[in-house]
Design a protein around this ligand. Structure first.
Ligand code: PGA
Length: 249
């Protein structure tokens, strides 16, 4: 599975009933399980996870907490997710970072890895300023989020670069492929400066308005290992196409 492309469906707070979730899940699974070169990871809302866990397709949660058990009303722990059969967890999505600092993200990553979950760490700048301070911002996000994560643990980390301005629900549009390529190189550089040049680095994914029209170009020219797809993952026609295009590249 190592060199497969990774496509993650981030359903966010959708759909609004278990029946609809089951339908979307089985439609997605039908396409995803036919692919040869692509691994699909579906991330439904917490409350559907128990009903959807399936040994033929990878499942991820959209969030978790930084403690594993105890008096934390309303929280869901990494141990609970792992026990359900969830394999992945998205940590630090920009819609969560409204309340979460790098320090909180870091604590969640450490706890999730301790429970045996694979972590999809989201990073991304709010805007592209003329002075290019976003490079500094991203570097800090990466280094602070990965504090205490060993070189050996990197195999269980995926980095999803999701510039906030490119996310469809923010009325954004996808990054230009040349800029994406530049950011992928930058992220790899930050990681190899931290972990050493000969380190096997995490896969770098892109998220932000990925759709069937830009999939091919973002992949081939952007040089990513995969995508985190929000809005388009709720529409099986669009998501199915994204998966098929990715699989054929
Ligand atoms: P989008 O969302 O594909 O709808 O832009 C991506 C994300 O927020 O993960």
């Amino acid at each position: 599975m190592k060199n497969k492309k990774i496509i993650i469906a981030n359903w966010k707070m959708n759909p609004n009933s278990l029946d609809k979730a089951k339908k979307l899940f089985s439609e997605t699974k039908k396409v995803a399980t036919k692919l040869k070169n692509t691994q699909t990871i579906i991330c439904p809302p917490y409350i559907y996870l128990g009903s959807l866990v399936d040994k033929n397709i990878s499942i991820g949660a959209q969030n978790t907490f930084s403690k594993n058990v105890g008096a934390y009303t309303g929280m869901i722990s990494p141990d609970m997710l792992e026990d359900l059969g969830v394999e992945y967890v998205i940590i630090g999505h920009s819609e969560r970072r409204l309340w979460e600092t790098n320090e909180i993200v870091n604590k969640k990553i450490i706890e999730a890895m301790r429970s045996g979950l694979k972590v999809i760490l989201c990073i991304g700048e709010k805007e592209r300023d003329k002075e290019a301070n976003y490079f500094h911002f991203l570097k800090e996000e990466i280094l602070e989020s990965l504090k205490g994560v060993s070189k050996n643990a990197l195999k269980n980390i995926y980095i999803a670069y999701e510039p906030i301005w490119a996310i469809s629900s923010n009325k954004g549009s996808a990054i230009d492929t040349g800029n994406l390529h530049e950011m992928v190189i930058f992220i790899k550089r930050v990681l190899s400066d931290k972990y050493g040049v000969n380190t096997k680095l995490p896969k770098i994914l892109y998220g932000g308005s990925v759709n069937p029209k830009n999939t091919q170009e973002l992949f081939t020219e952007g040089n990513t290992d995969g995508f985190l797809v929000g809005g388009a993952s709720l529409d099986i026609k669009k998501f199915g196409e994204i998966l098929k295009i990715a699989d054929e590249i």
